[in-house]
Design a protein around this ligand. Structure first.
Ligand code: UD1
Length: 358
């Protein structure tokens, strides 16, 4: 089968690495990079480190307003689809690249497979939520990481083509966990006791009051705060004239293996990223989520994650609660996200699908 996979943003490179490795054992894969993320440390480094095959097409779309960015992708992806005529288009996650890939394929009556289907924050003000809902409703094959995701889809009347496979990010993490231990990032940054944070959601970065409140909370913490900053976040810190406290170490975005190593040894992780919440859970590191909602409700139900939004006092209280020594040992840790075989399962479903439909 000829499969055309579309990626464009940092988390999609991580997700596509295990899937691409498994798929290429039995199918032809054409890889398209939309160029949504283009800085070397947001894109190129992941291809190198995770041994992802170089993209067959790099569309160079870059940044822009949502409509403009998505629209330019739609135009460019359509041209590639007309030229390649794939049997299936594979999209990942919830970014504008996901939506553009799925829409372009649907308009040309090409079948669509969505990896990380079924997730919902139930917050339609998030661009990612719109991207997920639309993509799921036009996808033919839906690869769902959690039982919660399957239930979300059934509430929206989506039953056909739904496959609970577990999460491909677990595959990536397990595959790279031992390599990550060789990272020298702890020595390089001279770290012992620290918190790790990432902040890049538009709802936090583009709102001066929220970003200030988060930075004020970090300023009041008792350990060093390591902060690999997304370019969007750096831009807004500068725009608002926010000067980080001395023990907040703002650094460039990190490669995947360094990130895993830093997460594993952090006293706690503070984040508004979806992927980081889940990685913290798998690595058994307490997570404080700087959002009011999450798609990864299992991490909260099991007690490894707490939602605090951007409220300064809530952030500080949550950090004290998880680092105060109480309860952590007694938390359950269930395999909600699969066993690291999601990519194999996805490949198997696609094989059966090809046998039935080709
Ligand atoms: C996107 C995804 C988000 C995902 C995140 C991962 C959407 C709607 N959002 O958000 O779901 O969690 O990627 O990182 O698709 N920029 C650079 N260099 C880069 C990339 C971005 O400087 O390599 C800056 C640009 O100023 C740009 C801003 O970051 O305007 C935002 O980038 P964009 O791709 O629009 O969305 P993200 O915030 O990265």
């Amino acid at each position: 089968m000829k499969i055309l996979s579309i990626v464009g943003a940092r988390p999609q490179f991580i997700k596509c690495a295990p899937v691409s490795r498994a798929l290429r054992k039995e199918h032809q894969e054409i890889l398209v990079h939309t160029g949504q993320h283009y800085d070397e440390n947001m894109s190129g480094i992941f291809f190198e480190e995770l041994s992802i095959p170089p993209p067959d097409y790099h569309l160079g779309i870059g940044s822009g307003a949502h409509g403009e960015q998505t629209g330019r992708m739609l135009l460019a992806i359509e041209q590639v689809l007309l030229q390649e005529e794939p049997d299936l288009v594979l999209v990942y996650g919830d970014t504008n690249s996901t939506l553009a890939g799925a829409l372009a394929a649907a308009k040309l009556h090409i079948r669509i497979a969505h990896v990380e289907a079924g997730l919902r924050s139930f917050d339609r003000s998030m661009p990612e939520e719109i991207n997920r809902v639309v993509t799921d409703h036009i996808a033919d094959l839906l690869f769902v990481p959690t039982e919660t995701g399957v239930a979300n889809l059934s509430r929206e009347g989506i039953y056909d083509g739904v496959h609970l496979t577990g999460d491909v990010m677990v595959d990536a993490l397990l595959y790279n966990q031992y390599l990550a231990k060789q990272s020298d990032i702890l020595e390089h940054l001279d770290l012992k006791e620290y918190y790790l944070t990432t902040v890049h959601r538009a709802s936090n970065t583009d709102d001066e009051q929220k970003l200030r409140s988060i930075m004020d909370a970090f300023a009041a913490l008792d350990r060093q705060v390591v902060f690999p900053a997304h370019p969007r976040t750096r831009k807004y810190l500068a725009r608002y004239g926010i000067v980080p406290a001395e023990h907040i170490l703002i650094i460039d975005p990190l490669p995947y293996l360094d990130m895993l190593q830093l997460m594993s040894h952090a006293a706690a992780v503070l984040t508004d990223s979806g992927g980081v919440q889940k990685e913290a859970y798998i690595l058994q590191v307490p997570c404080i989520t700087l959002r009011e909602n999450t798609e990864w409700v299992e991490t909260v139900e099991d007690g490894w994650n707490v939602l605090v939004g951007a409220d300064r006092d809530k952030i500080i209280a949550a950090v004290h609660a998880v680092t105060g020594g109480a309860g952590r040992r007694h938390l359950s840790h269930s395999g909600h996200f699969g066993d690291g075989t999601a990519a194999e399962q996805i490949t198997q479903v696609i094989r059966q699908y090809a046998e039935r439909n080709m």
